[in-house]
Design a protein around this ligand. Structure first.
Ligand code: MOS
Length: 759
């Protein structure tokens, strides 16, 4: 049996004592355990949402509006209804009456990507809105029948052009109920007076979500229960939200999602969930709906475009006197997601005068949404390119400029940092990457027709831990433990890492742990989002473990070596409990349960409220290093080397963490060089809704990516860990852009950096 760690029952209190787990370095946490779901996936045995067969199941296809705003003047479905295999054509005329979906962030369990009513009237709100659902015996029959639907529109004026809307006027954007606006001193004045300054505009395009697994679900009404096999980042939220739409009790909706083929913020609740459930109700048969790749572009929101100004003023020593980061982004009237690009800037640098502001315009388009590091991914592009530009003006190494402006406490909130070792991350990264070999003079290194350059940038992403995370632990007389919690495995290693965490907490081997997740009937309301799922589950497991110790001591009886002990003095070790400072006072779980004549003990507990972020400014950090070559003849940019040096608290599993970091960086390479939704500002239509025309990195585009980390635990986070799901994409765009500048002398401030911009 592997060595286990003794755990104090009150080991981690937000805002209080550090977790003793972070003082010890052995056991399962910290080991590079391979993913326990890996064999199922590579052998094709892991069932995804659209792979559950159901008796009598029919297949769905959606027809989408081709105008941005107006109403349906005619909708002829006769030919579609008469087509072979068709079971049902559903439009606003025959769809059941349903409530609009509760909008994500509008309540604790709200999951809807937007709050528009779904197929309840003839109104069109965006180009791509579903206007009919066809159900047929086969997918091909459904797709064919859909093509026979004839539609007429009464077109109304739509606001779809970003620049026009901006020129008419903007409003201050809000994110999670707070205005995106901060001010310290008089930044414009300080900028005017600064000895060195830069003032530049950076633009980023729309992005669409493209996880490998298409959005889909298999859904059935079983008696009074709505059963959904889904691909979800929010199983509990979606069950509650679907219940609101259909006027059901929350318990009447069961959402399961054991495996998800990527989410990145897109796998929340969209119209296809509601339409498939409504169609299943009307047809009286189970429905499988899988959006086509085009369908994902039409009805799953993406990232909004931004236009950002970054202006920096500095003195002779490179100390920032003015830091201005402002700009405009886009949302719709029916969702709640302006791209909050100033978030990373709030805690980035010590500047005497600061002005941060996000303005928004509202357009008639698909509700945009969260996409990996919303705010930070594109905000760090602008901020960190600007820092590079300022470093050049000062004639200073860009790492040195950042180190000189490292804040001692959070510049906006005034809170101390819980754990910030970004300078260490830079030092280690620079050493390993060979930063000292960089020639600071642009366009000075080449190899044949290739120009070569190096760049760096800082990445950052906040630590969150949302409330609502109850967990249940069942301990059996055989010494096995079962954890039940409604969380998600999108391929990042949730089940593996949490099995490690539970094994360490309970003093059991990993194969004694069963980790059940991905099911809305399990305890807890935890989303796989905001890079906070791991911390949230860990806190819940700690709370449930504490409750388990209490319960075991209660039933231990006077003959137990643990008799009379207080829970706070007891921990788990070697398959049982022991007194923390007297480990030989030990009893195995088997012995304890046998004497109490119990087959099992079950406890359920909630962790303390997430107060740690009220006491400390908490973030994941990175120092990103990029080497590129750019072809002098064709302008083709190629990333040849990349290093991410991370500071994210304790790394729970180096193997799954490495993959998370690399995945984020690869998505960042796409952001830097490729991803670009072509949005027709006359029609409001996405013109490149396929992976043939919307480019993401393939193997040829991805070099060797080196990943290192500080592994310094945060004493104020459960398990000492910060989130790592989103940090990898942040800073990457700027590191690439800064390397391209160093290679070519061309400063491209407009993403993506395609070859035409380098000629
Ligand atoms: Mo993430 S954009 O919070 O899934």
């Amino acid at each position: 049996m592997a060595k286990a760690i003794a755990m104090a029952p009150d080991s981690w209190i937000p805002g209080g004592e550090p977790d003793p787990l972070i003082r010890e370095r052995h056991g399962h946490v910290g080991r590079p355990v391979s993913r326990i779901d890996g064999p199922l996936k590579v052998s094709g045995k892991a069932p995804f949402a659209a792979e559950f067969p159901m008796e009598g199941m029919v297949y769905a296809a959606l027809a989408y509006s081709t105008i941005a705003k107006g109403r349906l003047s005619s909708l002829d479905t006769a030919d579609a209804e008469a087509a072979p295999g068709v079971v049902l054509v559903m439009t606003f005329r025959n769809a059941p009456r349903m409530q609009p979906p509760p909008l994500f962030l509008s309540g604790a369990k709200a999951a809807g990507g937007d709050k528009l009513p779904v197929m309840q009237d003839d109104r069109i709100h965006w180009n791509g809105q579903p206007i009919a659902l066809v159900l047929a015996e086969t997918q091909e029959q459904a797709d064919h029948a859909k093509s026979l639907i004839r539609v007429g529109y009464e077109v109304e004026h739509a606001d779809i052009a970003f620049a026009e809307a901006r020129d008419r006027g903007t409003d201050t954007a809000e994110f999670m109920g707070q205005p995106l606006h901060d001010e310290i001193g008089d930044a414009e004045k300080a900028l005017q007076d600064a000895a060195f300054k830069i003032d530049a505009t950076y633009t980023t395009p729309r992005h669409n979500h493209n996880p490998i697994e298409l959005h889909g679900l298999t859904v059935a009404w079983q008696g009074d229960t709505l059963r959904m096999h889904d691909a979800q980042q929010l199983v509990a939220h979606t069950a509650w939200s679907m219940a609101q739409v259909f006027g059901l009790d929350e318990k009447q909706v069961v959402v399961t999602s054991p495996f998800v083929g990527g989410g990145f913020g897109s796998k929340s609740m969209w119209q296809h969930h509601i339409l498939a459930a409504a169609g299943a109700k009307l047809a009286g048969r189970p429905v499988r709906i899988v959006l086509s790749r085009e369908g994902v572009f039409r009805l799953v929101g993406g990232r909004s475009p931004t236009e950002q100004r970054v202006a920096l003023g500095a003195d002779q020593e490179g100390k920032l006197t003015a830091l201005i980061h402002t700009g405009v982004t886009v949302k719709t009237p029916h969702n709640a997601m302006p791209e909050p690009f100033i978030l990373p800037t709030r805690s980035a640098y010590a500047a005497e005068n600061v002005l941060l502001d996000v303005q928004k315009v509202e357009l008639d388009m698909l509700g945009n949404t969260f996409m990996r590091a919303p705010g930070e991914a594109v905000g760090t592009f602008a901020l960190e390119c600007a820092m590079d530009e300022l470093a050049e003006k000062l004639g200073m190494d860009p790492i040195e400029l950042r180190v000189r402006n490292e804040p001692e406490k959070d510049p906006i909130s005034g809170l101390p940092f819980s754990s910030r070792h970004i300078v260490e991350a830079y030092r280690a990264g620079a050493e390993r990457f060979g930063w000292s070999r960089r020639n600071p003079k642009p366009r000075s290194v080449s190899d044949g027709e290739w120009l070569i350059g190096m760049g760096c940038a800082t990445g950052t992403y906040p630590y969150y831990r949302m409330p609502g995370g109850a967990a249940r632990i069942t301990l059996t007389r055989e010494g096995k433990a079962i954890v039940d919690i409604a969380v998600h495995e999108m391929g990042m290693g949730t089940s593996t890492v949490q099995t490690q965490v539970t094994a360490d907490r309970l003093g059991l081997p990993m194969d004694a742990i069963t980790f059940n997740y991905g099911d809305s009937t399990l305890p807890g309301v935890i989303m796989a989002g905001g890079s906070q799922q791991t911390a949230a589950i860990g806190a819940s497991v700690i709370a449930a473990h504490n409750a388990l110790i209490e319960e075991l001591l209660r039933i231990a009886g006077n003959d137990s070596p643990l008799a009379g002990l207080k829970a706070k003095d007891v921990g788990s070790r070697n398959g049982g409990l022991c007194k923390l400072d007297e480990p030989e006072r030990h009893e195995t779980y088997q012995s304890l349960l046998a004497r109490a004549q119990r087959d099992k003990v079950t406890v359920e507990a909630q962790p303390p409220q997430p107060l740690e972020t009220m006491h400390w400014s908490m973030h994941s950090h990175s120092a990103m290093f990029c080497e590129v070559k750019v072809n002098k003849v064709t302008g083709e940019p190629r990333v040849t080397r990349f290093l991410g040096s991370f500071d994210c608290g304790r790394i729970l599993n180096p193997k799954t963490a490495t993959s998370q970091f690399r995945g984020g960086i690869i998505m960042g390479l796409g952001l830097a060089l490729m991803e670009d939704t072509q949005f027709d500002e006359r029609k409001g239509r996405v013109m490149n809704p396929s992976l043939a025309e919307y480019h993401v990195p393939v193997h040829m585009d991805v070099p060797e990516i080196d990943v290192i980390w500080t592994d310094i635990p945060d004493p104020h986070a459960p398990m000492g860990a910060h989130g790592i799901g989103e940090i990898g994409i942040t800073g990457t765009g700027a590191a690439v852009a800064n390397a391209i500048y160093n290679a070519t002398g061309k400063r491209v401030r407009d993403l993506p950096i395609t070859l035409d911009k380098l000629l």
